[in-house]
Design a protein around this ligand. Structure first.
Ligand code: PHE
Length: 448
């Protein structure tokens, strides 16, 4: 257990601190790099619409489920699942820790590319040949150094603790991200291609709405973006006091996350259509924005340089706060399971993850496969969480009511019905597709 001076588990200091830390976990590369891309591929407005429905119907109940387990047990995933479900369920906790390990290992590599783009943008402007630049940034020693720098920063924040590290970083960093993004969205509105960009982003293509592949992509993106299915929200909520309104917090966090993803689309699409470079974007998930956006920034001259640097800085902020939450899952488990103090636990976990990250840092094809694998593991983790809270854990509904507002209390039966009957089949379907996508990506990358 993690104790502070009074011998109690360390808790978040303020409600705003918890919410911003959870939003900081949710908002990251998934919102500003992944969401605009998958939305474009998935039929624009139809995808956005589907995504909102899934966030409400699946995302919020699942987040509330994780909260009820985390706050209910007051432990990180392995211990919490063991305490509420018995020894066998601690295996799910282990799977969460492994998922956190895998995601952070490649997430930190991409965050490292972003840092290099921001620094290059400040020092020498964006390159005339963005495709070539992407190759330079992602091969050789450069991605390794930047990945290690991100891991170092992440370890530092996590090792400082819940209040002094995680909460303080979120309180400082998240407002910076929101401000930059709103500024950029206003600027993008003034661009020549803005209306054309919005049209592609927001024009519904209803035929794609019924495509099961798109549905599964939207579900996978929702788990990824909301940091669900790997015990991240569970771990954060273990630092909450009993008087917090779990349903209200889950709703606020989910809407904030969607708001940032949606706003990122309002920036990215006008920029791309102002420059007529839409062809570049649909080429590959991993490279798309790293090639298309800098290309647009360089074509826009001095303004483009400023805007581009701001965009990448916002992306760094989002990525670091998400990386912190990923490491926290692993570190908290080491702390709770091995009764280690926080500092050595976060350093040991962080160093191992940094080492694992050397693989995706050296191979972008491998990174693409791991990205798909991460999504599939989150979906699987979300499926078992729904089963656990819906059918196994006793007292989940009571925990959801504890500290809740009257309105949240009235929602609990509806939430529990969704968790029992709607979430398992829908998530299982998404999980199956997600694992098929892993195989496809693997075959695409390595043949066979
Ligand atoms: N939600 C983060 C993002 O959108 C990624 C993440 C996934 C963080 C899972 C923690 C857990 O970038």
């Amino acid at each position: 257990m993690q104790h502070n001076q009074d011998g109690k588990r360390e808790l978040f200091n303020t409600r705003a601190g918890f919410i911003l830390a959870a939003v900081g976990s949710a908002v990251g590369l998934g919102n500003m790099w992944r969401f605009p891309y998958v939305a474009a591929e998935g039929g624009g407005a139809a995808f956005v619409f589907l995504y909102i429905i899934l966030t409400l119907a699946i995302g919020i109940p699942l987040m509330l489920s994780e909260f009820s387990v985390g706050r209910g047990a007051g432990l990180s995933p392995i211990g919490a699942l063991r305490k509420l479900g018995g020894g066998g369920w601690s295996l799910l906790g282990f799977m969460y820790v492994i998922t956190g390990f895998i995601i952070l290992a490649y997430y930190s590599v991409i965050a490292g590319w972003v840092v290099r783009y921001a620094i290059d943008g400040i020092l020498s402007g964006f390159p005339a040949n963005p495709g070539e630049q992407f190759g330079i940034v992602t091969t050789g020693m450069s991605p390794i150094w930047y990945h290690l720098a991100i891991m170092g920063t992440t370890i530092l924040i996590v090792s400082m603790g819940v209040q002094k590290g995680i909460e303080r970083a979120a309180l400082v960093l998240m407002p910076v991200l929101f401000s930059i993004l709103i500024l950029l969205a206003i600027w993008a509105f003034t661009l020549d291609g803005a209306m054309e960009g919005y049209a592609v982003y927001l024009k519904p293509d209803l035929s794609e709405l019924l495509d099961p592949y798109i549905l599964s992509q939207a579900a996978g993106q929702a788990f990824y973006s909301l940091s669900l299915g790997m015990g991240c929200m569970l771990t954060f909520s273990s630092y909450l006091s009993k008087d917090s309104n779990l349903g209200g917090e889950a709703t606020t966090i989910a809407f904030s996350d969607f708001g940032v993803a949606f706003t990122a689309g309002l920036v990215v699409f006008p920029v791309i259509y102002a420059l007529g470079i839409q062809g570049d974007v649909s080429e590959s998930t991993v490279g798309a924005l790293f090639i298309a956006l800098p290309g647009a920034f360089v074509a826009m001259g001095d303004i483009g340089r400023i805007v581009g640097v701001l965009f990448f800085v916002a992306l760094i902020v989002g990525a670091v706060t998400s990386a912190v939450s990923l490491l926290e899952v692993v570190a908290a488990s080491v702390i709770d399971e091995f009764k280690l103090p926080r500092k050595p636990a976060s350093i040991a976990a962080g160093v191992l993850i940094a080492l694992l990250g050397l693989l995706p840092a050296s191979s972008i094809d491998l990174l693409g496969v791991i990205d798909k694998l991460a999504e599939a593991m989150l979906a699987l983790g979300a499926f078992f969480m729904a089963i656990f809270v819906g059918w196994v854990a006793v007292g989940a509904a009571d925990e959801m009511r504890q500290g809740a507002s009257e309105r949240s209390k009235r929602m609990v039966p509806l939430v529990m019905t969704a968790v029992r009957f709607i979430l398992p089949p829908v998530i299982l379907f998404a999980t199956t597709y997600a694992f098929i996508a892993v195989v496809r990506e693997y075959q695409g990358a390595f043949g066979g």
